[in-house]
Design a protein around this ligand. Structure first.
Ligand code: CTP
Ligand code: MG
Length: 181
């Protein structure tokens, strides 16, 4: 029982780290190319192709390594398939959610990097779960809703903002990030 909950949380790591890794690889090839919509930037300078692709690929690799080491004990994913696709979906979904968050922030007139409570912490959680529940419904349901696995979902929802904030403060102090949020 407890092993199942741990497996569901560990399985979510690719989504949790994708954003932080985007900070490391980001900064090149701005996605909206500087374009505006109704006088405001579409996404802003903070969303780049290098962040999206670099974040997805590196989070995928970390997820794969974790899965190879831990999957035999925790059974996080069906391996090799659909496991590898699930890891990719979790990472990419997180960064897609982050992009949607920026789209929303720009529509509200908030500048790049402006602090926005809830959206900054949860856009990627929402994005990763929506995409994963859509593409791998059975796996997502079994991992985060069935039986006592809802506990894993609640823990992810509770722990993610703390982790996100902690990593961002480190990134800020290392000079990788412009704001500590
Ligand atoms: N980043 C990137 N490409 C992405 C996501 C993030 O290059 N797809 C990099 C950018 O350098 C960005 C940093 O990671 O500045 C931090 O990401 P985030 O906090 O999501 O962006 P912000 O700059 O705060 O912009 P926004 O207001 O749009 O959230
Ligand atoms: Mg931000």
């Amino acid at each position: 029982m407890i092993v199942g909950i741990i497996a569901s949380i560990v399985a979510y790591i690719p989504a949790m780290i994708a954003n932080s890794l985007a900070v490391v690889f980001g900064g090149r090839y701005i996605i909206d190319g500087g374009r505006c919509l109704a006088g405001k930037r579409i996404l802003g300078d903070g969303k780049t192709w290098s962040g999206l692709i670099g974040g997805t690929v590196s989070a995928f690799f970390v997820g794969m390594i974790l899965a190879f080491i831990l999957n035999p004990y925790l059974e996080m994913y069906g391996f090799p398939t659909p496991g590898i696709y699930i890891i990719l979906t979790l990472a990419f979904g997180a960064l897609l959610g982050d992009i949607c968050g920026s789209l929303f922030k720009r529509r509200l007139g908030k500048e790049r990097g402006a602090n926005m409570f809830f959206l900054d912490q949860y856009d990627f959680v929402i994005g990763s779960f929506i995409l994963t529940f859509t593409l791998f419904h059975e796996w997502a349901k079994d991992s985060y809703l069935t039986g006592d696995r809802w506990i894993a979902l609640i823990l992810i929802i509770m722990l993610t903002p703390l982790l996100h904030r902690g990593v961002n403060i480190i990134g800020y102090n290392l000079g990788l990030k412009k704001e500590p949020w």
